[in-house]
Design a protein around this ligand. Structure first.
Ligand SMILES: CC1=[NH+][C@H]2[C@@H](O1)O[C@H](CO)[C@@H](O)[C@@H]2O
Length: 477
């Protein structure tokens, strides 16, 4: 008998219809897929250790992937299981990828590989289900980032925002500005003097390709006009007095600002945006905008007036922390809501003017915050965030004046002041990111259902060596 109930999936699917019975995978089971779905089929084949064929012999137990209309909704799929086999159908490979993530959760993690019979029809509530990894405060290698992509994509997270620059370090090679990485990415440029390093353009392009193979889109962030100390150490002409500030490896924020009145600044910004856009196939370039406490509000608006259109000029949609909403030019941009408040007049006004919003409330979605006072890693300025707190909120109604129609989705930022390894990333991300992934995908939330499914999921992380936090709120299998 199947040991995993058909609905025991994270994120919770939209429509689950168990039918009893089920399909038992054996060594003779094959995966059948058309050439256009070969990539996804190979990933499933590798996960289940099954052969992939174009056409299965008759009367062979098979998992058939097929490209065809389901319900016209983006990323949707239909998964059908009966004693003869499994059929996974979607109009897109993205939908097939989503269905494969669901299917893998229905295969027992040990014992006979019998999948529960029935039908699942599924599709996401929000198109943007993201997480952010700060590689500026502490550089994480391409290998670590790829492992993180492997894990986030299992929960249908489809955007990875990389925080590539900050006061401590600059982490992406820019050909026209080599000192950004030769100086800003040198050894010792990280919090506490560790965590130096940077992504070459080849590293970045390889990450973009790897992420795309798991249907994850990379969103690069260059934080401006604040959080720029590393850039000013490398290029002193980016300060108003031309004097390089001292390098910083502490965790203070809000003390740096580009020189708003200098054309040198905008030549710099255009060089960076141009090169970033050229190596980023995704739709967004994030230009930061947070905590510009060393920039007057008038200068901040002047800066946004110059820079937001630059992103559009290079064919991308501008994306910034919600402070950018004060700029009229933000009407074509996306504001990332990171406030702990549930109302913000500037954001509400920008939304009325066309700005879209990604929900990342610090008090609920900041997975760099401690779970509780005993958590070894993390910060606590936004409050302690246990699994239930990260899960029990609604992105579609959270902020006054930001209706669901203006919400593109959710994102869980992971800042790296206190992170030093992939284990640290895993400990802070899992299980909270699984809950936020559900908020982005599923039509509604149900804490009791989620905590039960999460408890059953624990052995899967353990089997993969993922160092997740065993929250006392969950009955771990
Ligand atoms: C958008 C934003 N700016 C600040 C704030 O979030 O808190 C983070 C730590 O939680 C910190 O690293 C970051 O520089």
């Amino acid at each position: 008998p199947p040991t995993v109930a058909l609905g025991s999936v994270i994120p919770a699917p939209v429509d689950v219809r168990p039918s009893g019975g089920g399909f038992r995978i054996t060594a003779r089971t094959v995966i059948e897929a058309p050439a256009a779905a070969r990539g996804v089929a190979e990933q499933l084949g590798e996960a289940l250790r099954l052969r992939v064929v174009g056409h299965a012999p008759p009367r062979t137990g098979k998992i058939a992937l097929e490209l065809g209309k389901v319900n016209g909704k983006p990323e949707s799929y239909r998964l059908t299981v009966d004693k003869r086999g499994v059929t996974l159908r979607s109009a897109t490979t993205a939908g097939l990828f989503n269905g494969v993530q669901t299917l893998q959760q229905l295969v027992p993690v040990s014992g006979p590989r019998t999948i529960a019979g029935g039908e699942i029809i599924d599709y996401p509530r929000f198109g943007y289900r993201g997480t952010m990894l700060d590689i500026a405060r502490h550089f994480h290698t391409p290998g670590e980032i790829k492992r993180h992509i492997d894990e986030i994509s299992k929960f249908k997270v489809n955007y990875l925002h990389l925080h590539l620059s900050d006061d401590q370090g600059w982490r992406i090679q820019i050909d026209s500005r080599p000192r950004l990485t030769t100086v800003g990415g040198a050894a010792g440029t990280g919090v506490d003097g560790v965590g130096g390093g940077f992504l070459t353009k080849a590293d970045y392009r390889d990450l973009v390709r790897y992420a795309a193979s798991r249907h994850v889109t990379i969103v690069p962030e260059i934080d401006m006009p604040g959080h720029v100390n590393a850039a000013q150490v490398a290029y002193p002409e980016l300060t108003c007095d031309g004097v390089a500030p001292p390098p910083r490896t502490d965790t203070a924020v809000g003390y740096s600002s580009l020189c708003i009145g200098s054309e040198t600044t905008y030549r710099f910004v255009e060089d960076v945006v141009r090169e970033l856009a050229e190596m980023t196939p995704g739709p967004f370039i994030h230009i930061g905008g947070d905590e510009a406490h060393a920039t007057t509000q008038a200068d901040y608006l002047t800066f946004q007036k110059r820079v937001l259109p630059l992103v559009t000029k290079y064919g991308k949609t501008a994306y910034g922390w919600n402070e950018i909403a004060a700029a009229p030019e933000a009407n074509v941009a996306v504001a990332q809501f990171w406030s702990s408040a549930t109302q913000n007049p500037a954001v509400a006004a920008a939304v009325a003017n066309g700005t879209k919003v990604i929900m990342s409330p610090a008090n609920l979605a900041y997975i760099d915050q401690k779970y509780d006072p005993t958590t070894r890693l993390g910060l606590s300025w936004a409050g302690y965030i246990e699994v239930r707190k990260a899960y029990d909120w609604d992105p579609g109604t959270h902020v006054t004046g930001v209706p669901e129609s203006a919400v593109l989705g959710v994102e869980a930022p992971l800042w790296s002041e206190t992170l030093r390894s992939l284990d640290d990333i895993e400990y802070m991300a899992w299980p909270r990111l699984a809950g936020i992934a559900e908020l982005g995908w599923s039509p509604a939330r149900d804490w009791e259902s989620f905590r039960t499914r999460l408890g059953a999921y624990g052995p899967r992380w353990a089997a993969r060596g993922v160092d997740f936090y065993r929250s006392p709120q969950i009955d771990w299998a």
